[in-house]
Design a protein around this ligand. Structure first.
Ligand code: UDP
Length: 309
């Protein structure tokens, strides 16, 4: 039986990934320090599943063989960029280093969960994997942007220098069940504001855009990339359906039949103005593209928060 290790496996995307890998017959080891993940997310996972409560920043050992390592451990909400910048920097640098060393020792294949944030406030649109990005190394988002860029570099250099089998996924705005209501990201914020009859808060004038990918599609993309032959390559994973934040607010309001008012707050510093992945590489080489429409994904996510799970 093949074994997968998932760092950040009790988090939002990680817990969906663990569940799916178990369903496919893999043995799954999940490492998480529960800083944003939770036991609730993995409570239903049984059988060939093991949970290790550990921080990847701290040295750690995992006994036995493993074949595939999905490295997802990191805070990812912009709210946390101001609250926990040093933790984010160290998780993505020292943490990634520790996990890469483990991959090397176990001769396991390694997948880094990177991010569209490596493109910063992009001057190229839509963003292709070849784009170098436009990042402010001193800005409020730099702890995440720069540490993920560092993690990408570390990953590629472990590949070049030591022959570790690696691949990098740049994840663009993923959403779905198991996000935390107080996560701070736009989808849980808007849904929970509407649920409570509170104002829906748009930062800035709402013309900034994002492209949202439902979590089941993202998990499928991560698996396809891991189980492909594309050693040493980077792939954008996300939806090419670009929407403005005001469109998102109106769509959520409409789907929920909400009377909440849309209010405009001060714009966030260095908030990327436009973001949309060019996914031609994933389409061509992984035969992957998102299947779940934004509206369909939103309905499931709204249901999840409505039920107060
Ligand atoms: N946003 C907003 N209101 C909120 C939360 C977020 O207008 O309550 C905006 C935010 O400024 C950004 C976009 O929604 O332009 C997406 O933000 P999110 O935090 O979800 O992720 P990001 O893509 O910025 O990492």
């Amino acid at each position: 039986m093949k074994t997968c290790l998932v760092t950040g496996g009790a988090g939002f995307i990680g817990s969906h990934l663990c569940r799916n890998l178990l369903k496919k017959g893999y043995r799954v080891i999940c490492i998480d320090n529960l800083c944003t993940g939770s036991r609730k997310n993995i409570s239903g996972l049984k059988g060939n599943f093991e949970f290790i409560e550990k921080d990847v920043k701290e040295g750690f050992e995992v006994k036995g063989h493993m074949d595939f390592i999905f490295h997802l451990a990191s805070r990812a909400s912009p709210l946390d960029f101001t609250k926990y910048p040093i933790d984010i920097l160290l998780t993505n640098s020292i943490g990634t280093y520790n996990v890469l060393k483990l991959a090397m020792e176990k001769k396991a294949r390694f997948l880094l969960a990177s991010t569209s944030e490596v493109y910063g406030n992009p001057l190229e649109h839509p963003q292709k994997e070849t784009y170098f990005g436009n990042v402010n190394s001193l800005g409020p988002r730099s702890c995440y942007d720069e540490s993920k860029r560092f993690a990408e570099s570390l990953t590629m250099n472990f590949h070049k220098k030591f022959g570790v089998d690696v691949r990098i996924a740049r994840i663009f705005n993923c959403f779905g069940e198991s996000m935390k209501a107080d996560d701070g990201r736009v989808i849980p914020n808007f849904i929970n504001q509407a649920l409570k009859g509170k104002d829906i808060t748009i930062y800035g004038i709402g013309k900034q855009t994002r492209s949202f990918c439902y979590v089941s599609d993202m998990v499928e993309g991560l698996e396809k990339l891991m189980f492909s032959k594309h050693n040493g390559m980077v792939f954008n994973l996300g939806s090419p359906n670009e929407l403005s934040i005001i469109e998102v607010a109106n769509l959520i309001k409409g789907l929920m039949g909400s009377d909440s008012e849309i209010v405009f707050k001060e714009a966030l510093e260095n908030d990327p103005e436009r973001r949309e992945p060019d996914i031609s590489r994933a389409r061509k080489l992984l035969d992957w593209e998102p299947k779940v429409s934004f509206e369909e994904g939103l309905k499931k996510t709204i249901e999840y928060f409505r039920e107060g799970k």
